[in-house]
Design a protein around this ligand. Structure first.
Ligand code: DP6
Length: 308
């Protein structure tokens, strides 16, 4: 009745922003991501008849985790409470997808501790209900989450394994403070943005292009599309009512510097101030040197969630 799982954070290359169904966490659009080798969560879940309530670390969102344990209990047809312990390899809630790695690890550890065996697809669906982006931290490497039109059709699958392409995501830690507005809350405002409709209609073509760039390992095309989608999502965020701005002055400074294109590197930012710089393995040392005044987490493409 006890299991430990590790799950990676993922960087969204094509971002998820906006829900079609808030409760089931069905997204408005497909998204694509890469699992990160240097940013992961390790979670242990132990069910026990000696407990009278779930024991969850205080720093975590208790209600959301209990709701997820309830989903697992109901799938397993049992009522035992659980002790959850968890550890991140990176600062929590700084917009580097701690909810993705967190809910992916909680899903796999919880399901296993409850004695269930689930397919990757079933795990991805369950993880999605905890946090949308968590469904992308279940499969290996480069991942596509198709929005689907029901809970059973909205899950992520691997497009290419982690070993497919030796690229880097150099994560520049601008701030390790907790972000003020969590993505779940921020995303509720997506439909107030006059730019959302244009984003949603541009996405199918952009997704096709980035899949083509991935297939041909065309890094310049890939990087440009990642940047384009990042700016597009942040334009939606910034034009919501009320507006949402996750960038600090430092974020903007680094983004502008990468965009000078003095190095063959591209930039993307999720719902927080930290900056992800994408480059090919051969350019890692030059990127690291240019941003060496910051704390950096160097990520390769990584495997999905797995048991310890
Ligand atoms: C900007 O997955 O954290 O990082 O489903 O409400 O838990 P919930 O949202 P979450 O949103 C992630 C938003 C993003 C883009 C992305 O990862 O695709």
């Amino acid at each position: 009745m006890k299991a430990t799982a590790v799950a990676p954070a993922n960087i969204a290359l094509i971002k998820y922003w906006g829900k079609a169904d808030e409760k089931l966490r069905l997204p408005l659009n497909d998204s694509i991501s890469m699992n990160l080798s240097g940013a992961h969560t390790t979670t242990t879940v132990e069910f026990s008849d000696a407990l009278t309530a779930d024991e969850i670390p205080e720093a975590l969102e208790r209600e959301r985790i209990v709701a997820h344990l309830d989903r697992i209990r109901s799938a397993a047809g049992m009522r035992l409470y659980a002790t959850v312990t968890t550890r991140n390899s990176f600062p929590a809630a700084a917009g580097i997808a701690s909810s993705a790695s967190g809910f992916a690890a909680l899903t796999l550890a919880g399901v296993t501790a409850a004695g269930l065996t689930m397919s990757e697809k079933e795990l991805s669906i369950l993880a999605r209900m905890g946090s949308g982006s968590a469904c992308r931290s279940i499969p290996d490497g480069f991942v596509l989450w198709e929005k689907g039109n029901s809970s059973g059709t909205s899950f992520a699958r691997s497009l290419y394994p982690a070993s497919y392409w030796d690229i880097r995501d150099i994560l520049v830690i601008v701030s390790d403070e907790e972000k003020k507005i969590k993505s779940s809350a921020g995303m509720r405002g997506a439909t107030t943005s006059p730019r959302l409709a244009a984003r949603l209609s541009a996405l199918p073509a952009r997704i096709e292009k980035i899949r083509h760039a991935l297939q041909h390992k065309d890094f310049a095309a890939f990087g440009s599309l990642v940047e384009e989608d990042c700016l597009d999502m942040h334009a939606v965020m910034q034009s919501q009512n009320p507006p949402l701005n996750y960038w600090s002055d430092e974020t903007k400074k680094i983004m502008e510097d990468v965009k000078k294109r003095e190095l063959p590197a591209y930039v993307t930012v999720d719902a927080g101030p930290n900056v992800h710089i994408l480059c090919e393995a051969k350019d890692e040392a030059r990127v690291v040197k240019r941003y060496s005044q910051y704390t950096l987490i160097i990520n390769k493409p990584a495997h999905g969630a797995h048991l310890l």
